[in-house]
Design a protein around this ligand. Sequence first.
Ligand code: ADP
Ligand code: ZN
Length: 752
Amino acid sequence: MRELCEVALPVPLRTTFTYAAPAAASNGTPASGTRVVVPFRNRAMVGLVLGRAPQQAPAGGIREISDVLDAQPALTPALVALGRWVAGYYLAPVGEVFRSMLPPVVEVRSVQELTRTAAGAALLAELRALEERTGDERAEAAILQAFSGEAAPLASARLRRLAGGEPAIARLLRRGALEAHSIVRSRRRRAPRVEFEPEAPEEWSLDAPRHALNPQQCGALDAVRADLASGEFHVNLLHGVTGSGKTEIYLGAIEAALAAGRAALVLVPEIALTLAMSRLLEARLGAAAGVTVLHSALPEESRSAAWWAVRRGAARVVVGTRSAVFAPLERLGLVVVDEEHEASYKQEETPKYNGRDAALVRAKLESAVAILGSATPALESYQNARRGKYRLLELPARVEERPMARVELVDLRTEFEQTHRARALSERLRAAIALRLAAGTQALILINRRGYSWFLLCRSCGAAVECRNCSISLTYHKGRARLVCHYCGYSRPVPAACPKCSGKYVQFVGEGAEQVEEQLRAEFPKARIARLDRDSVRTQEAYRKLLRAFAVGELDLLVGTQMLAKGHDFHRVTLVGVVSADLALRLPDFRAGERTFQLLTQVAGRAGRGELPGEVLIQTHYPEHYAIQCGARQDYGAFFEREVQFRRAMHYPPFSALANVIVRDANLERAGRWARQLAAILGPAEERGLKVLGPAAAPLARLRGDHRFQFLLKSPRRSLLTATLSQALEACAQKEIPDGAVLVDVDPIGLM
Ligand code: ADP
Ligand code: ZN
């Protein structure tokens, strides 16, 4: 009997599919982890074999795998297991999980073919019989005529090129005169394989001096080496203050893993940081390690080439962003997650996994050692270290006894009382900048808000101009002379009057990065100033150029959003100014305090990293808030104690397993009905200890044209949460609530 395979297909369903092994089974049944082409509905799709499927009594109705793409399985057994974990834990469609784990499919391309139906033949006869034909009819006849018979398909691309072809085909498909199928064509013979070529080296940040480790670094590295020698799964939380030399621990651990014949994976939170890390690793480890960068912004062909270089074993060290957690390394020995607290490890699209947590599961599956590094560990991670689940390694001081930066809070309330002017840059901050400019050192100015003004307010009716698709006010971008939605991208010209009440007095409120830059230029006309945010720096290339210019001293002041706060090691920065510490604090989110603390600590860590001491000025209206106080003192321990009390009292992580569930639809009434149905489905789980908050209007009650209702699920046990959600999604399907209407976010990072 023909063997049956369980195949995952990239469709938004939480099920897998059964296909028969190909008849021409010269290589036998494809192994788990092999990519195959299968017929699905009336198209061909690339899927992944997960394993054998149980033989069903009459194997009737089961279709056959039409092509096997890999001689060697694309995914290792550990990666197949990891994919199944991601799908189960995050309640994500299994096929979409595997699609995001696989390299872009460049070996095959999908082609649409058309066939003419019997109805099409009849229509052609009718059209031919007409004495006079309209333009539309002539185009339709030309297309129908191109077919030699019912069975012979034609490539749709060719027909679409005929005059009026595109709309005529659409009409004929609608009328059933044509049928469309997609097929998969091999590209292997035509396209030469692109060999993976690392980028040319850069002229800066390439020195990788091997430092003599200080005693704290030695202790931490020895502990990790012992773990590696054991060959067993271990997790280390490396809590080291900014500038404590955590990177040296990563490097030493990677060397030890390679020496033991095992591979290493390094995750960083931003694409922009992959480059510096990979340079450092190359300089330290040499070319033999084959340090390879993987992230989603690489062009498809080179990403695929890099991925396969890793799969073939040519690369033993991979540096990448969250998706690199799926890098197909074999005999993985070490996983490093740098800045493990970063929100960017969480993928906000389906599958909504956290790269850090997936990294730990992967390490476990591969009996590897994990290092989570941060100056401000996530509350969850630190709590795990406290409970003994992770080993805590601490680097409490900066290298070479360099002092921590001196942090001062600038109370904007007092500033206003004294000056009676609300300006983005206080006198204190401006004076400090002037001092740096005079001394020829550099300053970073953090303003955590893009655009020129936060919003446009009507003084007659009090309304801010809102997005057409989202319940959020539009941000004014002066460079583009438009109001822009930061959620959906909608933009419109600046109205002369209020769109709601036609009031003539509309005014811009709040300063964004664009405006702060403008103010700095006005104040310091001689200074060399640049801005770093997603509007000013749109490409990796531009980003690299800007950082390079700053690193080599071609710039004096760098203004920017939190892109500034991450990872960079600039040695001549002696001042960091934070325009407002309060923005993150005001968000309706249980992580607001944690985010604020992390941002302040990280940004303070950018000052005084070289020989020159650093000063940090933080402007705020709430200098007494504990997140700001602890951030200013860079006192993680004190912050943790305060924050953990709040989390425990409110049943937030790490004291519960949390999921955010959104029910959405373009139609308000329908969204509301589905939300009520889901509430009824979730209700019974409350007897087992699950807390269900909602349905309530989501903080973003409208987003991209959808109306949204929100549930927050807090569970004392992970298993209860997963089981409840899984059953609820089944039940929704039964009630014919469409799959896309219910969005589940397990372990959400933000609740907006
Ligand atoms: P962190 O990631 O902990 O903020 P880094 O790893 O970037 O810190 O190290 C900060 C700086 O200290 C880097 O320039 C690094 O080269 C240097 N460094 C690391 N270890 C030592 C050491 N033992 N002695 C002197 N300098 C060191
Ligand atoms: Zn919008």
